[in-house]
Design a protein around this ligand. Structure first.
Ligand SMILES: *Cc1c(COP(=O)(O)O)cnc(C)c1O
Length: 385
């Protein structure tokens, strides 16, 4: 294995044209109008909650994704929180999501006071499994006055949050069809999948809401930022309202019509976002090229490289390998990180974390299988590959 690992290091260092020093997992690229737009914010003093870039960024995201409305938020977690609140998730409710996800998904559910239920993923997409979701709902719930009630807890299952893992779309059409039958709202955590399409439609635009993240390690970044997507006019308006302290528009009066949130994105961050959006199509092409290069390299090495699911276009946010077992995963992580090539395992499954260890789960067989084998390898855009 050692010699294979060294071959991988040589390959990655050559592609990144970095013979020594750290190769990050995913670092941002600022090759466009970033400085120009950010400087303009500074020069005009519009750095904060007022300015043209927030609206422009929202319009660019709506146009790119095809969502009717895009509402900027301070980060992806806040965007998820808002989507859950506007799906009427209450403290006494339950929300289904994946055990195999980043902590933000489960935390956003917890912010509402609701309890997450963790369902397994499909091995191929690494996203929520519609088959296993349906089995869980069939075995564990009953319809009471139109609501989906968990027979074990007596609580209402109000929403379901599938996640498009590492930018690979999950089987979102089947998930929505099932949730519709059970009267469960779908919120897509599309934080990792800007530029990923399921059957030609952008991820995050299938559910009642979708949410994006522009954290520093994502496909594009605003430093920190997020977006709520929805096709519902009323919900779009409400999302804007409660992310901006629910202030009733008036030239000088401060009237707020509910307890709401200061989740707005700053103009400064949005300026960065506009410049990044201008480069997104190019980033996506370059990421695709890198994934193709990786794919043929790992085929020759006899190591499984994850490619986009059928009928999907993935953004290849984080390139992914599936190794043979836990032991190989551990030695890979040690070998590569010791040599300054950043690689990492998938997140600790949510049900194994102290805060969520008592939450209801299904067998999580696939999640556990993947957690023992999956690693992400350097995936930053290479400009001249
Ligand atoms: C990045 C990410 C988020 C949002 O993260 P923020 O840092 O709050 O922008 C949410 N869910 C998943 C799966 C993510 O990867």
């Amino acid at each position: 294995m050692e010699s294979k690992f060294n071959e991988i290091i040589r390959f990655i260092r050559e592609k990144y044209n970095t013979p020594e020093g750290l190769i990050a997992l995913h670092e941002p690229r600022f090759k466009g109008n970033e400085k120009k737009y950010v400087n303009e914010c500074i020069d005009t003093t519009f750095v904060s909650s007022v300015g043209k870039y927030v609206t422009r960024f929202e319009e660019m995201i709506a146009e790119f994704t095809g969502a009717k409305h895009a509402i900027a938020a301070v980060n992806g977690t806040a965007a998820l929180h808002i989507a859950l609140l506007l799906s009427d998730v209450k403290p006494e409710d339950e929300v289904i999501t994946q055990a195999l996800t980043f902590i933000a998904t489960a935390n956003a559910v917890a912010y509402t006071g609701a309890k997450p239920i963790f369902i397994d993923v499909d091995k191929d997409t690494m996203g929520l499994s519609p088959k296993l979701l349906e089995i869980f709902l069939l075995e564990n719930t009953e319809a009471v006055r139109g609501f989906c009630i968990n027979k074990k807890t007596g609580k209402r299952i109000k929403a379901c949050v599938p996640m498009h893992t590492f930018g690979h779309p999950c089987r979102i059409d089947e998930i929505i069809a099932i949730c519709n039958r059970y009267n469960i709202d779908v919120i897509e955590d599309a934080a990792e999948s800007l530029g990923s399409y399921f059957k030609g439609q952008h991820t995050g635009t299938f559910g009642k809401f979708g949410t994006l993240s522009f954290n520093g390690n994502k496909t594009i970044t605003t430093g920190g930022g997020g977006m709520v997507l929805t096709n519902d006019d009323e919900l779009g308006k409400l999302a804007k309202h409660i992310t901006t302290t629910a202030k009733v528009p008036h030239r000088w009066e401060f009237v707020h019509d509910r307890i709401a949130y200061n989740y707005r994105l700053t103009n400064l961050a949005a300026a960065l976002g506009c410049a990044q959006m201008e480069q997104l199509p190019e980033f996506l092409l370059q990421k695709r090229k890198l994934s193709e290069t990786y794919s043929s390299f790992f085929k020759h090495l006899g190591i499984e490289f994850v490619t986009e699911p059928k009928n999907c276009l993935s953004n290849y946010w984080l390139n992914t390998l599936v190794l043979n077992d836990k032991k190989e995963q551990t030695s890979f992580l040690e070998h590569m990180n010791n040599r300054n090539v950043m690689v990492r395992p998938v997140w600790q499954l949510m049900n194994r974390l102290e805060m969520y260890k008592d939450c209801q789960c299904d067998s999580l067989t696939n999640s556990e299988w993947l957690a023992d084998r999956v690693v992400n390898i350097p995936s930053s855009v290479i400009v001249n590959l």
